[in-house]
Ligand binder design. Sequence first.
Ligand code: NAP
Length: 279
Amino acid sequence: MSDRRIPLAGVIGTPVAHSLSPRLFRYWLNRHAVAGYYVPMDVAQEDLGEALTALPKLGFRGVNVTIPHKVAVLGLAEIVSDRAALIGAANTLTFQKDGKLYADNTDGHGFIENLRAEAPDWDPVAGPAVVFGAGGAARAVLSSLIAAGVAEIRLTNRTRARAEALRTEFGNRIVVLDWVQAGNAIDGAALVVNTTSLGMTGKPEFRVPLDGLSPGMVVTDLVYTPLETALLAGARAAGCTIVDGLGMLLHQAVPGFERWFGVTPDVDDATRQAVLRRP
Ligand code: NAP
């Protein structure tokens, strides 16, 4: 099949209606005058393999992957990037010209690019990082912090065993602390990251004591609904530099757009506004 077909991409998951990616990609396609389309596709677990076989035949160059398929797609890919293998999940699939399915994970890239853009003074070697949570998002954050050169990462999670398992996997730069000590973990840190779902609309509030926060610290929350979580509001009041989670979502989408549509899209305030605007 020729490459002259209109380039298509999309996001697969179930449910998928809540995804902000279609709005983001539509904005970038218009802004960069790319004649392509990006569609949300609700794909049931039992149809995943069939969908991934059919999509390239229909002109799809790749898809983003969201809940609940992020782990299952690894088993269906012929090529898995090192970072996707390390994280144990993929969010960006590319249907290569040689017919192979390439699985990548760009969450860690999105996390670190967002930090670099919004907190340019953050220095990975300036001091310890604190990471709350040990789920899928934490894996991406830990791998990118280690790659950035952070020497000490204090990891704390409600279920301590999950944090211990990540220490075993990611190595001894990680120091595991009890969840009841989460507030103490902040003392003397350069960076504080919430990767739990606490504070998200509809979830319990993030109640870790924030007395240890002080000016000069960078505090970021992966939760982006609401944009300013209680953690970020507390950090703002304490004089910290705050970075919200929406930027990570935008930055993690850049590699896919580049690969599928051949243009590096801009991540700037206009992009944020386009995604936040009601459709
Ligand atoms: P996950 O794998 O389900 O992990 C959830 C984490 O939250 C676990 O550490 C869990 O602790 C903790 N948690 C849940 N309820 C808790 C409670 N009541 N008290 C204490 N801890 C609790 O989810 P995930 O994929 O890592 O996602 C986590 C958050 O990051 C979500 O809000 C997601 O939307 C957000 N996220 C944002 C981006 C972005 O681009 N901004 C990207 C990825 C994820 P236990 O281990 O004890 O259960």
